[in-house]
Design a protein around this ligand. Structure first.
Ligand code: PLP
Length: 398
């Protein structure tokens, strides 16, 4: 009977609460309201001119057929050189797999690393797609309750506990993280990586916000950033993307740095799942690693830094006494429980009454997310400034 056929249990992943906020924001905007969108986790600028120019040339004269499943050699080489340039880590381009955004990279890395029933740990709060993809693949997700005392990052003692509780096959870390923006300290990453190697636990490190760092890290891109690329020979997988630092969200381009044993499996899976990553994005993406490409990205980071300062200087007016330390990325994650509303209601009312869209923490934390909201300051500085004014004024009406 039409409509009654089986739908797989694995596809029952929870929808993002932010999509409802976005839909309502769009509805209000279409009805003529002035709406400021600070819920999207994406830069407002788009790709740099050098990448766009290259894309135009390629559209007119390029060969845009299927590419190698693991990506075009020029891009794999450029990515490998990036590790030398930023971190002083030598990476063989053969270990680099170009993917369809980091999202496509996660799917391939998880498929190649884990079997049904494997236990994979990750921090709560955290980016929801990790656990939703892992569950859809039949893995058991072990959520580690992470708080301010560890900068919302997992620790070795939590891993030990999870390990003795039922074994552990994998760990996903993200630094800087979404939604908190917090970073794992270099010594802690060393300890976590060494523990993973000793216990045959596959470390998957999401480094999508590398380069977008503030404070001590701001004097050079990624100067203070620990990368798990050093641990790839020991079995770690690094995931990264053009979406955030290079502001190329819709180009759907990301990459993995893989240990030897995963290169073949990821190549075979990539060929079967998608044949190849998008050709236009790959060929044009090489230009992101040019001096002009890096300079444009650094300008964006300077803009985020100004917006971040602005938000942090108004925390008292916003009533946000508990915020995660926003070391990097472009988020402020704040506890709004003092306002007496759960975060979904808080966000819905803020949107309806003040025209500002933020993301409720429930998307990132199924336990405590009702107390928290995420503000993205990746929008233009003037938008962020006006949004802060509106939120402060709206709070006075509560
Ligand atoms: C922490 C984190 N990882 C991965 C992604 C996925 O990004 P993409 O697939 O565009 O590379 C996002 C997107 O917001 C993110 O915040």
């Amino acid at each position: 009977m039409p409509g009654s056929m089986k739908v797989s249990r694995r596809s029952h992943v929870p929808p993002f609460a932010v999509m409802e906020v976005l839909a309502e924001a769009n509805r209000l905007r279409d009805a003529g309201a002035s709406v400021l969108n600070l819920c999207a986790g994406e830069p407002s600028t788009g790709a740099s001119d050098v990448v766009r120019r290259r894309a135009i040339e390629l559209l007119e004269h390029g060969d845009l057929g299927y590419t190698e499943s693991l990506g075009v050699p020029a891009l794999r080489r450029a990515i490998a050189e990036h590790y030398d340039r930023w971190y002083g880590v030598e990476i063989d381009p053969a270990r680099v797999a170009v993917t369809t955004g980091s999202s496509g990279g996660f799917l391939l890395a998880f498929l190649a690393s884990f079997d049904v029933g494997d236990r994979v740990a990750l921090a709560r709060p955290g980016y929801p797609a990790y656990k939703n993809i892992l569950r859809a693949l039949g893995c058991e997700v072990v959520e580690l309750d992470c708080g301010p005392e560890t900068r919302y990052q997992p620790t070795v003692s939590q891993l030990m506990e999870a390990y003795y509780d039922g074994g552990l096959d994998g760990l996903v870390v993200a630094s800087p993280a979404n939604p908190t923006g917090t970073m794992i300290l270099p010594a802690e990453l060393d300890a976590v990586a060494a523990w993973c190697t000793d216990h045959d636990v596959r470390l998957v490190s999401d480094e999508i916000y590398h380069g977008i760092v503030y404070g001590d890290g701001a004097d050079g891109p990624a100067a203070a950033l620990p990368t798990a690329a050093r641990y790839v020979p020991d079995g770690a997988v690094v995931v990264n993307s053009f979406s955030k630092y290079w502001a190329m969200t819709g180009w759907r381009l990301g990459w993995l740095v893989l240990p030897d044993e995963l290169v073949g499996p990821v190549g075979a899976l990539a060929g079967n799942v998608a044949l190849s990553p998008p050709a236009l994005a790959q060929h044009a993406g090489v230009a992101a690693f040019s001096p002009e490409g890096y300079a444009a990205a650094a300008e964006n980071v300077a803009r985020y830094a100004a917006s971040r300062e602005l938000v942090l200087s108004r925390l008292d007016d916003l009533g946000w006494s508990r915020v995660a330390p926003a070391d990097g990325a472009f988020y402020v994650y704040a506890d709004v429980s003092g306002d007496g509303l759960d975060s979904v209601t808080w966000c819905a009312r803020l949107l309806a009454e003040a025209g500002v869209a933020l993301t409720p923490g429930t998307d990132f934390d199924g336990v405590r997310g009702g107390d928290w909201v995420r503000l993205s300051f990746a929008a233009s500085p003037s938008t962020v400034a006006e949004a802060v004014e509106r939120i402060a004024a709206w709070r006075r009406t509560l």
